[in-house]
Every structure is written in structure tokens, then in C-alpha cells.
Design a protein. Structure first.
Length: 440
């Protein structure tokens, strides 16, 4: 006879399930979604209510919390997991029959796409609540563009003649992004990534690694103009966040004189944005009001010896905000060097360079300073958020076609991020603020 071992009264799987449901509880309790629910219920009116709006909405949030990449995966989990059905508010007397059908989810998602403005307002509301709990939230912001391929293939040439049917991809286009890598021989080579789909333009809080603004565009859309609009949107909807912000950090993709100027002149935010090397015929330029002070595109300021022509890097002495100038000290004085031309040199102790000399090169924090390097390293925060979107929230392998569907799915993922973080803070679990999903 086959002996069946007796089951233990204490199962680790139950502990894991409780941990999962606890994370879902944080989202359901601390997400202020009542206005959205009332708007959806008013729209449904006296129509069929076989699957009530609130439980269906809760199941969608659960699908994001539990890393389901699609509706069918979520439905399978709901059909087998009575505890999850009960946590989401589905009718327990119906059992598995309370789980919405695939078509019911399709209709509900179609309705949600019409309410994207309300979902964005909900995101902004949770962001405001989080800022109240965290007084230092928003001190450093990082922005970047992220490639998100579409699940659909690029259409053929004759596909434009066919009317869109909701199944094939008709919104996406091709995008390209170049990056430099060092090969095995130690040579810097340029590699270009091509993808068909969309681009996520994202601003995150660099210290807490949480999203504060985002927008989905076609893959071919440039990053600079969208970065402009996102910061303007933040200034309008979250003025306190803009007032708190000390520095905005970005890579070469958002290197733009207009953006650098706007960040400092309009909002008082110091731009920490990497610069593209696009000086073709010159390696250095002379500071306009000097005879022998030059600078390169990286913002390194040097004194050129009038006798020997040697370059000596000048010491950065800080930013003078009232004068809008960067101060650099004479290398002969600072580094105790012998200079035969010191008496005839234009630089007597120090030189001040106005930001207006070159707004792209000269920023309130000098590009050649240690402070600039220290702040730029915070840009890695947005890479970690992008990684969570790919791995934890399923955008590495998704089944989404269409820009509006992508916007909705990303909006829900960002909403869950903020709501779970807000719940952690409210329940004195600030040390778990980044624990959005259970570790594998």
C-alpha cells in the first residue's frame, strides 16, 4: 500500500500567500480610488452588473502586484485561489464562477482607457500624499527615455490600406538609440539599438526610486521635447515638488540647451545632464573676456601659459548665484606652481565665468567638479526603476498592442508602485519602501 505522509499543520506556502496578500492589502487600503470607482459606476448606471466594478478593478491591481503579464494568467490564478478572490471582493458564494470572463475584462479595460485622465489624477493625488509623509521626497529627480517594444509586428507596406481592427499594431513605429561600449580590444565602439514599438519618457525621484511623471510616445519621438513638457506638467500639478528639487539628472539623450536653461532660469533646478561631443573643428574655446583662459566641451577650464603655451587646469571655487558666475582660481596660486607670466597674466587670483558664456557647457554646478560627478551617479536610480518595470511588472514580455493600451498598463503599474510605497510609509515600514514585489 502506498503510504501518504501526514501533512504538517504549518505550511510555508501559506506564509508566502499571506505575504502576497499583505502587499495587495497595502495597495487596496491606501489607494484613494473612490472618485474613480464612483465615476465608473455612474457610467455603468442600470446596465448589467454581473461582474461589479470594484472587485474587477481590485483584481486588475492584484494582477500587477502578483506580476501577471496578461489577463489570462490572472484569470487562472483567480480560478484556483479562493483567498485572492475573497481579498479582491468577488462574491464568495459563486466560487470560481465569480471570476470575470475574458470578454468582461476586455470591456472593462476598454472603459478604463476612456478614463485615463482620472487615473492620471489619481497618480498625482497619491504622489501628493507621499510628499506629505516624506519631507525630502523630490530633492533629486532623474529623467530618461526607455524603449518598450510592441507585441505586434511592424505592418507591411499594404497594411495601411486596411482599417485598424484592434488586433494588429497601428500606433507604433521604429525607434533607434545609440550607445558607446568598450570592446575586448579596449576600443570604444558605437552600437545602435532598433525597436518597433513605443518609448516611455520617465521622471523618477532619485533617492526613493519612485516615478513622479511619465508619458508614452511612439518610438521615434525625441526625448528632449517630452522632457520639457514633463517638467512643465510637474510645475503646474506639483509645484511643491519643483520647489523641493535641487537637481535634475539626465543622460546625453536629453542634452539640450533650452532644457538646461529652463530648468535653472524657470524652476531654480540645477541641471546635471551629460553633454554630447559635437564640437567638430575645435577642441577648446577661449572665455570671451580673457586672453588666455580656455575651456573644453566637458567644462574643464584651463589657463594657457603665454610663454610656453602649456595648459594648467584651474581650480573650481564654486558658483556665485547672485552673479550667475562660476569662479575659478589661478593654478599658480592654488597649486603653488611657478609662473613666469604671473605679473602680465589676465588672471589675478581668480576669474569669473558667466553662465551666459555657454549655457550648455556652464551650469550652476561645474561639470568638472566632484559634486557634478557625485550627483550624476544618482542617475542609476532610473535604471533600477526601468529594470523593475521589465522584470517585476512584466514589460519585458508583454502582450500589449496600441499606444493607448500601453499608456493604461503603464499608468496602472506606476500607480501600484506609488500606492504600495505610500502604504509602507503609513505603516512604519519605510525600510521596505522599495520592496514592491516578493524576491524570487
Amino acid at each position: 500500500m502506498a503510504i501518504i505522509p501526514q501533512r504538517s499543520l504549518f505550511q510555508w506556502s501559506e506564509v508566502e500567500a499571506l505575504d502576497d496578500l499583505e502587499r495587495l492589502r497595502l495597495v487596496l487600503v491606501y489607494l484613494p480610488d473612490e472618485p474613480l470607482m464612483q465615476a465608473l459606476e455612474r457610467e455603468r448606471g442600470l446596465g448589467r452588473n454581473e461582474y461589479p466594478i470594484r472587485p474587477v478593478w481590485n483584481t486588475l491591481l492584484a494582477g500587477i502586484v502578483f506580476q501577471h503579464v496578461g489577463v489570462e494568467s490572472l484569470r487562472r490564478e483567480l480560478l484556483r485561489n479562493a483567498g485572492l478572490r475573497q481579498a479582491c471582493g468577488l462574491d464568495p458564494t459563486k466560487g470560481a464562477k465569480a471570476v470575470p470572463t475574458s470578454s468582461a475584462y476586455s470591456h472593462f479595460l476598454k472603459t478604463l482607457r476612456k478614463h485615463l485622465p482620472e487615473i492620471e489624477a489619481l497618480f498625482s493625488q497619491v504622489l501628493g500624499l507621499l510628499m506629505v509623509e516624506l519631507p525630502d521626497f523630490g530633492r533629486y529627480l532623474a529623467h530618461d527615455g526607455k524603449a518598450i517594444p510592441s507585441h505586434g509586428r511592424a505592418p507591411k507596406k499594404d497594411a495601411k490600406l486596411k482599417p485598424p481592427d484592434g488586433r494588429r499594431e497601428s500606433d507604433a513605429d521604429w525607434g533607434a538609440k545609440s550607445k558607446h561600449e568598450v570592446n575586448e580590444e579596449g576600443t570604444i565602439v558605437e552600437k545602435t539599438l532598433y525597436w518597433f514599438g513605443f518609448k516611455l519618457h520617465l521622471i523618477v525621484e532619485a533617492s526613493y526610486e519612485l516615478p513622479v511623471a511619465f508619458e508614452v510616445t511612439k518610438a521615434s519621438c525625441a526625448e528632449q521635447p517630452v522632457a520639457h513638457s514633463l517638467y512643465r506638467k510637474l510645475a503646474k500639478n506639483q509645484p511643491v515638488l519643483i520647489e523641493r528639487c535641487e537637481a535634475a539628472i539626465g543622460d546625453k539623450g536629453t542634452d539640450d540647451t533650452a532644457l538646461i536653461t529652463e530648468l535653472w532660469d524657470e524652476y531654480g533646478i540645477k541641471p546635471i545632464i551629460a553633454i554630447r561631443q559635437d564640437w567638430k573643428d575645435e577642441r577648446t574655446r577661449r572665455v570671451s573676456h580673457t586672453r588666455n583662459v580656455i575651456y573644453d566641451q566637458e567644462g574643464t577650464v584651463s589657463c594657457c601659459c603665454m610663454s610656453s603655451g602649456e595648459l594648467h587646469k584651474m581650480s573650481y571655487a564654486g558658483f556665485e548665484q547672485d552673479r550667475e558666475t562660476l569662479k575659478y582660481r589661478c593654478p599658480a596660486l592654488h597649486y603653488k606652481l611657478s609662473c613666469p607670466d604671473y605679473g602680465d597674466c589676465h588672471v589675478q587670483g581668480a576669474v569669473r565665468i558667466k553662465l551666459s558664456e555657454d549655457r550648455r557647457v556652464f551650469t550652476p554646478i561645474a561639470r568638472s567638479s566632484y559634486a557634478w560627478d557625485r550627483l550624476y551617479r544618482k542617475r542609476s536610480s532610473i535604471e533600477r526603476v526601468n529594470s523593475r518595470l521589465d522584470v517585476s511588472f512584466g514589460f519585458e514580455q508583454h502582450f500589449i498592442r496600441g499606444q493607448q493600451k500601453m499608456q493604461l498598463r503603464l499608468s496602472l503599474a506606476m500607480l501600484v508602485m506609488l500606492a504600495m510605497a505610500y502604504g509602507r510609509v503609513k505603516e512604519k515600514q519605510k525600510d521596505k519602501l522599495r520592496s514592491l514585489v516578493k524576491a524570487a
